[in-house]
Structures are given as C-alpha cells and as structure tokens.
Design a protein around this ligand. Structure first.
Ligand code: ZN
Length: 244
C-alpha cells in the first residue's frame, strides 16, 4: 500500500515524562490546522490538504499546555463514568445505571426493565452479541416511545405542530428536523437524563420555526428551556458515554 493510501497516521508527543499518542487526519475541507481531543479518538490533528507536508511539531508544541490541560480534564470526566456492559455490569437508562442480567429461558427472547434498576435479557441461547442485539432493539423501541411522547407534550406546550418522529443510530448527531416537520432523534438519548432528552426535543421543535441557529432561534429555545446551556455542556462532556 502506498503512503498516500493511508489516510491516518499516528505519532507520539513527548512532554517530559508523558507520552501522548495522536492521530493526523488530512481533510480536504479544513482551512487551518486544528486540534481536537475526544474520549473515543484521543488527540487528533486535522490538517488541510495544503499543509499536508508541513512539519506539525511546532504547531503542536505551541499548544502543548492546552493539550495537557484537556487530557487531564478528559481523564477526570472519564473517571466519573462507570465501565459499561459488557466491560462493566451496567448500562444507562434515562440517566440511571441499570444492571444487565442475562438469563436462559426457552421461548421468545425478550428484554424487561425491572423496578430495582435491572435490565433483564432472557433468551434461549445467551451470547454476548445476541444480548447486545436484543438490548439495542429494546433501547430503540423505548427511545421511539419516549421521544414521540415528549415531542407530543412539548410541541403542544409551545404550540408547534410536527409530522413524524423517527429514531436512528447515529454516532454524534443528536437530532434533526426537516422543513416538512419530520423530527429524527438519536436513540442514545434514551440513555441520557430526562432533562437532556427534553432539551434535544425542544431544540428540534424550535427548528420548525427557525431552521437555523440564529439569535432568534436560541432566544426561543431559552424561553422554553432556561437551562439549555447546561444540557449542551452535559452532551459535550458525557454524550460519548451514551453507547451500547
Ligand atoms: Zn440545531
């Protein structure tokens, strides 16, 4: 394979006793060098095509204090999230950790949520992949039910009418809204605290009036959800942890 066929390269940044690996991501759309740090990707340096052959070290060194600060912040956030099933024993549902219990049972496979915060997966042949599929199907159905319900209630309160709610499995997008009034949500929102889900529903409903992120849009959001800034911050900090 030629060098140009490898889109991602990884290198290491040595800061005193710390070694921080990073990924170089060439991007045809990027205008300038950019650093991002996320739990799932670590440190990424996005490089515009024009800068692809420039040395990156001076840029990275210049931002070293910021990188170290962000890495520490990220480690702090990650330590506050429990290890999730199947690596740990729990999965979040509406902001609360639920213990996943697998049980062998003849007949149709099913998932049930028990009052003592247990997600009971019953199946004739329990395998990790099979249980994961069942749990995902259950989360998708729960997400559709709850999100439709909240869209109905909040839409009614604001006086906005919508057409249809769908849920999807998306990595980073929480919701979208079409001009025809179709709202689409990320099923992972069912794992978030109810206030976070409500904020995303409200956000998409407000797009029915303002299909942009203008000042008027945010004023409308704030008038119905005064704590929206906190919810946005929560999604930025913890959104990555809502996964199965
Ligand atoms: Zn928006």
């Amino acid at each position: 394979m030629s060098q140009s066929a490898v889109p991602f390269r990884t290198r290491r940044l040595v800061c005193g006793s710390r070694v921080i690996p990073y990924t170089i991501r060439p991007s045809p759309r990027a205008r300038c060098l950019r650093l991002t740090i996320r739990p799932d990707t670590g440190l990424v340096v996005t490089v515009p095509r024009a800068d692809e052959n420039h040395p990156l070290e001076p840029f990275i060194k210049r931002h070293q204090p910021w990188i170290l600060e962000q890495m520490d912040r990220l480690a702090g956030v990650m330590s506050r999230v429990p290890p999730r099933w199947p690596y740990g024993s729990t999965l979040p549902y509406r902001g609360r950790e639920h213990r996943v219990v697998l049980r062998v049972r003849d007949g149709a496979a099913a998932v049930a949520r028990l009052p003592e915060r247990i997600l009971l997966v019953q199946t004739p042949r329990p395998t990790l992949e099979g249980a994961r599929r069942l749990l995902k199907r259950w989360y998708l159905a729960e997400a559709l039910r709850r999100l439709t319900n909240r869209t109905h209630t909040l839409g009614g309160q604001i006086g906005l009418s919508w057409r249809r709610v769908t849920v999807r499995d998306q990595r980073w997008r929480w919701g979208s809204c079409s001009r025809a009034g179709r709202l689409s949500f990320n099923y992972r929102l069912i794992m978030a605290p109810p206030a976070i889900m409500d904020y995303v529903v409200l956000h998409e409903l407000c797009h029915l009036r303002h299909p942009n992120h203008s000042a008027r849009f945010w004023t409308l959001v704030a008038s119905h959800c005064p704590t929206y800034q906190e919810s946005r911050g929560w999604l930025r900090r913890y959104g990555w942890s809502l996964c199965l």
